[in-house]
Design a protein around this ligand. Sequence first.
Ligand code: NAD
Length: 249
Amino acid sequence: MLLRDKTAVISGAASERGIGRATARLFAEHGARVAILDLDADGAARAAAELGPGHLGLRCDVADAASCRHAAEQVLTAFGKVDVLVNNAGVTQPLKVMDVRPEDWEFVVDVNMTGVLYLSQAFIPHMRSRKQGSIACMSSVSAQRGGGIFGGPHYSAAKAGVLGLAKAMARELGPDGIRVNSVTPGLIQTDITGDKLTPEMKAEIVKGIPLSRLGEARDVANIYLFLASDLSAYVTGAVIDVNGGMLIH
Ligand code: NAD
């Protein structure tokens, strides 16, 4: 039980096969009280109910600062404190550079990168007041290798921005006892790619992965657990690859 008596907020944790949902289940197994924040209000409520009593599922659009502040108020009223924030929500689009329209850029950058800022801002004052907290942020191997798997260049840019933002927050918030780290997964089998990734494409990708398989949502949840728990008490500003060796650098 690595999260006994801890409370955790996870964004983008409603989708059934997603990384956030797997993280919510794992955190609850480790004793945490979990708040699931997602654009999908019904899905968030269902996901929280599935975890058992005491958990919370709320609608939140991470790309909207007011929505983040409102959700944070609701969580803090219900839980009284928040120890862990997992900025996991994200969206992607398989576009080529010349096909990225202004509205595509805004959509992908707003959810993946700006959302990390807005949701963090909603909880930082509370964490600062307690002089403790752990914030984990979702980036991607796409930020490190320039995409090329599924997401377009706007996705790579947004996820690269998350790394800079998280490192800057780690530096600024360290003196307040708040740790900020990032994860960079390779290709994880969730529904984010819709049905656009064919079995042939997957087989081709696996050829470039030393561990010879695609990732599972639980593989990433395990790293979020490490970052959320006191096992990582002296880790901040770090970037942890969860890619089966797809990118070794
Ligand atoms: P998913 O589609 O299963 O989950 C994404 C969740 O985010 C969904 O529940 C969705 O409703 C929610 N969401 C979308 N927009 C939102 C918003 N504006 N506000 C709040 N919630 C919102 O996908 P996943 O694969 O589990 O992705 C989780 C995270 O992992 C994303 O940030 C994604 O970019 C990242 N990631 C995924 C992979 C992969 O291969 N699956 C690899 C690297 C990084």
